[in-house]
Design a binder for this molecule. Structure first.
Ligand code: GLN
Length: 190
């Protein structure tokens, strides 16, 4: 299995580490030529969605990646990656790939609660530890979207066909279950 990790900005190395621990091979996507490699899945890491959105366009990665996601390439967006996939961002006019039928709230926890940890149930995985860093949450989802996890009344993980998003950063902790969940999604999509 070969996973492409968007590596223009943000926490991509941590995903790399996590996938290696799970025995999946991965490569970094920095420029258009990287997209010619065979890719079974795509990870959009945390960082700054506005910066990532701009770099994706400047580097000519935006249209080809959007096309692949729309064609069903399994994708996992964490935090800023969630914002890149959201059809609507409540408090930001910018739209990016906009392939997932969710409405997100950016920097939803405010400055005081910029970063925090939680532990909550995640669809079929039991209780998992979660790290939030200036995180968004999902305010509402369309009817084709499955809610996977809720923290304090807010949706923090969801899935729509082959698209998976988390508002938190599973790549920063030792627990590998969410990444394994994504790899399982890829296996069942094939
Ligand atoms: N606050 C960031 C944004 O709006 C997301 C933060 C993160 O990815 N840790 O894009």
């Amino acid at each position: 299995m070969n996973i492409g990790i968007l590596a223009v900005q943000g926490a991509f190395i941590e995903h790399d580490r996590m996938l290696s621990r799970l025995g999946a091979s991965c490569f970094e996507i920095r420029q258009k030529s990287d997209l010619s490699r065979p890719m079974d899945g795509l990870i959009l890491p945390g960082g700054e969605s506005t910066v990532q959105g701009k770099l994706l366009r400047d580097l000519g990665l935006f249209a080809p990646l959007k096309e692949k996601i729309e064609a069903g390439l399994p994708v996992f967006g964490t935090c800023a990656g969630l914002l890149l996939l959201a059809k609507k961002i409540e408090n930001d006019e910018r739209r990016h790939f906009a392939t997932m039928d969710i409405t997100a709230m950016r920097n939803a926890y405010g400055r005081q609660l910029g970063s925090f940890s939680a532990e909550a149930e995640f669809d079929g995985l039991g209780s998992i530890p979660m790290t939030f860093i200036r995180a968004p949450y999902i305010e509402s989802v369309g009817k084709n979207v499955q809610v996977l996890s809720v923290v304090e009344g807010h949706i923090v993980a969801a899935k729509q066909k082959s698209q998976l998003v988390t508002a938190f950063h599973p790549e920063l902790l030792e627990d590998t279950r969410v990444h394994r969940y994504f790899l399982d999604m890829i296996r069942t999509a094939v």
